[in-house]
Design a binder for this molecule. Sequence first.
Ligand code: DGL
Length: 252
Amino acid sequence: MDTRPIGMFDSGCGGLTVLKEYMKELPHEDFIYYGDTAHLPYGDKSKEKIIEYAKNIVEFLLSQNVKMIVIACGTASAQAYEELKNSYQIPIKNIIEPTAKTNLGNTVGVIATKGTIKSEAWKNEILKHHPQATIHSLACPLFVPIVEEGFAGSEISRLVIHEYLSKLQDKNLDSLVLGCTHYPILEEQMKLEMGSKVQIINAGKESAKDTHDFLEQNHLANDSSHVGTSSFYASDDFESFKENAKKLEITI
Ligand code: DGL
């Protein structure tokens, strides 16, 4: 048993969609969440910058005595994971690996930030597990600012979702992977756009299940009578971060 908290980070509020899944899957764990709002968005930054930001956050989380770190950000998972894994002793998990190995069908859509799509991290990881799959990748850079500015669920988000996802409409997708952790906040409107035949994949869910197994297998889980708590940090504008969290029914 290990009672230390799990550290988690994202560029902003997107990773809270991952945290939500973790809270459901691992209700006895404590979490420390860091939103790097000072450097948001990560999606159009260079790999070097993302690594620099991510390392600073990892150092902070280590100072908080976490037992493992979850990169609750698709872009940092794609751009900084290898470097972090090679630089620190502590277990570090990304959201791409556990999601890519699940059943995604034969024709897979992946939507994410520009940086993530350019890195081809999702495509490569999915093909590792499903070599026969056909993958259609699409960058949707407007989704993160829409979510951060509180426009999820509005007519604006509906139009932008339509504009991007119509490019995938004729691809006969079996599944659509939300490769950025901000995107589940737009999931309901995406479902309406794509129709019920396309399975929408939330990477946070897969990551939470994977971490559950990891904690059990390595005797790192918290005691089952403990009621989990979460602490939150943001590098800038904590008030907006708090507002966004409220919309996700996470009270800070
Ligand atoms: N939630 C981040 C991701 O999963 C958002 C990226 C951004 O800040 O642009 O990629």
